[in-house]
Design a protein. Structure first.
Length: 256
């Protein structure tokens, strides 16, 4: 028995594929995030007095902590490999189709830096407003011990977040939803709401800020068909947050 890869895939099969990929990755994170925010809102303390910790330590023993951190980063990228593999099965190079290649490094870096500045600066203002309104938890971007590998791991974590989110939530999801016949407005909304949803555990300000970021990134991808600048931008934003929090004095980030 042979599988005819040339036969068109049905809409139902494509839809199930999308649900499975999201269920193994950021769709799962969105569900957990929804449950977490419900737990936070029903706790005995206001949301503004609760803490959301990113990049926590996994063990009191440094070498074991490092092993857990690296394993977590590596396995988090498996859904990305799955999504690219599924797109590759249709023929052609999925990396080129998504703009995930190194064909335009200077342009990708330039656009990535510009997007990071355009998103990051207003994002700080929105974060401050959300904190003032009490609709966000206190976010701790990194809580690793003071060891030699902390900064390299945080950089890797930033890159992992960027690759996972931009390939799955923008490149893969936008491509598949367009193939399913979704209108552009609905595609952009789905991508943006999903991005906001898996950040909801941090609070409503994080949801709104990331949803706006999702709209900008989805529009950029639809126009350019390149996900690499989005990965660059997202990596830069997370590196500044993770590494900056680790290296700068506590008073600086308390002020921010």
């Amino acid at each position: 028995m042979t599988l005819d890869l040339a036969r068109p895939v049905s809409r139902r099969t494509t839809g199930v594929e999308v649900l499975l990929v999201l269920g193994l990755s950021l769709g799962q994170s969105a569900i957990y995030s929804l449950v977490t925010i419900v737990g936070r809102l029903t706790a005995d303390r206001p949301l503004s007095q609760q803490t959301a910790t990113l990049n926590p330590s996994q063990s009191a023993r440094p070498w074991l902590d490092l092993a857990y951190q690296l394993l977590g980063i590596a396995f988090a990228l498996v859904p990305v490999l799955l999504a690219v593999h599924l797109l590759n099965r249709e023929g052609g190079d999925a990396r080129q189709r998504l703009g995930l290649d190194a064909a335009r490094p200077r342009a990708d870096l330039g656009w990535g830096a510009a997007l990071a500045a355009a998103i990051g600066l207003p994002g700080l203002g929105l974060f401050a407003v959300a904190a003032w309104l009490g609709i966000n938890a206190n976010v701790v971007p990194a809580a690793l011990p003071h060891v030699w590998w902390a900064v390299p791991v945080l950089v890797l974590s930033a890159a992992q977040n960027a690759i996972l989110e931009e390939v799955i939530v923008v490149g893969y999801l936008v491509t598949r939803l367009r193939e399913l016949g979704w209108r552009i407005g609905a595609v952009i909304a789905a991508s943006a709401v999903l991005r906001g949803s898996y950040h909801l555990y941090q609070g409503f300000g994080a949801f709104l800020g990331n949803a706006v970021m999702g709209v900008v990134f989805a529009l950029f991808f639809l126009r350019t068909r390149r996900v690499m600048p989005l990965i660059v931008a997202h990596t830069l934003l997370d590196v500044v947050a993770f590494v900056g929090y680790t290296l700068l004095p506590d008073d600086w980030f308390r002020w921010l």
